[in-house]
Design a protein around this ligand. Sequence first.
Ligand code: 3PY
Ligand code: MG
Length: 236
Amino acid sequence: MIGDTLRSRLAAGENLLMVNAHHVSSGLVARLCELGADAVFLDGEHGSGSYEDMRVMGVATRSGGGAAIVRPDSHQRSTMIRYLNGGADGLMVPMVETAEQARTIVETVRYACPADHEKRLVICMIETLTAIANLDEICAVDGVDVLFIGPGDLSQSMGYLPSVPYGEERPQPVQDAVAAAVAKIRAAGKIAGTLVFKHEMARWVEAGVQFFYVHSDPFLREGLRELRRLSTPRGG
Ligand code: 3PY
Ligand code: MG
């Protein structure tokens, strides 16, 4: 497991790219890493992957030189343990709202991997107004490597739609809330992460975000649109 490699790189000030393949495909996750992704996001909260799919994709991810970060669908102890036993390089746990929950997640990782828990990255997702209100206490929990702001669920928690059309901006109050959370995480000496689209990247790099989660679909969509344009005869 290579979560410790990501931790060291973050501690050295590097920014990391984690890509969601959106498909259950070992070939695709390996290729994404060969082409430059530092990690792939294997989503057990959305999508159709089984425990075995996640294990096999994790092996493929590492063969491509990247790390496999798995999102369980809940804080259920047995679910997290099964992903860790299947070789997850890290867990990105959704809907962490209190320091107590963050502590339980850290303890679960240490329990599941007594011999090599330091090789697993622990990421807590901050994605509700309650989590934002408790952010100082959550940041103070030892063993949490990355505090990751989920702008989609945070938007819903603030009364907005979870997503905006590709290329558009999220509502300003959501952007402000993410920026304030990033500043707080950094002031606490912790690593901040968030989901970004290409056009937002420079802004969040500037704000000090180090752990970037990106979707692969926009690249496919943009690439195909461009090929379609180039392949269409003028006037056609
Ligand atoms: C969210 O934005 O809510 C996510 O879970 C992904 O970042
Ligand atoms: Mg979310």
